[in-house]
Write a protein that binds this ligand. Sequence first.
Ligand code: ASP
Length: 595
Amino acid sequence: MMRTHTCGELRVQDVDVQVTLCGWADRVRDHGGVLFIDLRDTHGVTQVVVHPEDTPSVFAIGETVRAEWVLSVAGKVAHRPDGTVNPDLHTGEIEVVAAALEPLSKADALPLPLDDSPVDERLRLTHRSLDLRRERLQQNLQLRARIVSSIRQAMESQDFTEIETPTLIRSTPEGARDFIVPSRLSPGSCYALPQSPQIYKQLLMVGGFDRYYQIARCWRDEDARADRQLEFTQLDLEASFCHEEDVYQWVEKAVGAAFEVGGRGAHFTPPLPRLTWHDAIRLYGTDKPDLRAGAPIEDLSSLFLETEFQAFAAAAHKGAVRGWRACGGGSRSRKELDLLTVRAKELGAQGLVWMVVEADRKLRSPIAKFLSEAELAGVRNQLHGDPGDLLLLVADEARVCSEVLGALRVEIAAPRGHAVEDGMALLWVTEFPMFEPGENGPTPLHHPFTAPHPDDLEKMQTAPFEVRSRAYDLVVNGVELGSGSIRIHDRDLQERVFAAIGMPADEIASRFGFLLHAFRFGVPPHGGFACGIDRLAMVLADEPSIRELIAFPKTQSGADPLSGAPAPVTVQQLDDVGLLLSPEVRAQLAGKTAT
Ligand code: ASP
């Protein structure tokens, strides 16, 4: 064995033991002739001390050591002298007195600092192998591994079978753009990389596997968006003969196990709350509510049906008047309150009414004089306003009221610390709408295999946007962690959904024909879910970006500064797969090389 212990292992009970450690020179310090080398590996840091009198030849080597050299150190474990114990290190009570020191490899001057000083992310990604040496990334990736392992155990304990599905496939139905892979064996034809294993997992259900899961790699060729990666990993699952509640329980067990290993078990108390999509929009203005950001939005319309304040009366009849209480928010200056109004307008409202609850419970507001005492008291009571609170009201279309107040709710909570508290707020958002308006009429909000709510079937052709689906999302702290649905297993119903979205028969046949064909031979009722692992790990590691939880992430524009991907390929490679560059692209590439 090259080493007897790791750099995180030695304690006082090992004093006098002869050891050999290997690792990187984290820091080298010369203290009045005595050399200290902090030796680091993934397990921790151990202080190595080199005495010039006792071991002059070792000292001579030690003096040449620079940061990030890889060393092998042999010596005896000793107590650190009184007053030099480091309580912040697990190994802080001991040091290793070097009797031999061998540089295993040297390091050039580093292109980026490895301490906590801020570094440009591109530089970090360009030198990712160095960047990965940071304790933060070491811990994040180890946490991620434990999360995945706990999920696997939880799924297996629930009788799910791990099955791999192909990654060179035909298009999937998720609705984003596919990454395509040209085929050499069929020039001019392409595979797609899966946006999810959706069709294959449904085929596995037809194939008689009761419960499938996979830690699946997926690809979506989407425009750059904050904190999205073009390739990502998800816990993907599908099961037969189940209802929503079964799926919720399975997922809660798996995600709960991840929370447990992430040290957040106390924040995970199943069964998680559920909220229908309609209620989520009404109460929080979003389908990803952050339950930590304070009270829900209240509908105040009924208070203003008879009011003399025309703006409210009109909205109460034709739209809505809604309000939200910012607990303790009343200390804002007039200028800050005006800025909130500006922000509300940016968010799409015609205006914003603010009211501050004074010590005597009276409401101070620019519009107080237009409202009756009873109306003011009604607002205060319904919003549970206490002295010092700020009440915000919007009169508009119902959806605008909730969306604007919902956005303000999160924005107001965040800088005040509410939304970033240690707490975790998880919930299921259920009964998503079946369709959303698309370029050519209704398009599926989830995917076309999602089952419609049984009570809304008649509306499918007449009022498609009112049809609820059996789709659900798992949301944590205002972030969508995953989504899934109960699927359609009835051929007629599937055809009605295709008809509602106006998908032509030939497109249906070419995109999904192989699934529909399989559906002709006995389909079990089934449903499933997919949960983003990168995002889950990000939440549990309390990191601001998923890139801190991915060993080799891409930048927001999809580039990999480490390898230079994506990069042009040779004409020969293109020729092999039957592709030619257009003259424009050729000119662009030539321009690029020239500059
Ligand atoms: N395939 C879906 C997705 O990746 C999840 C599911 O419906 O199971 O979002």
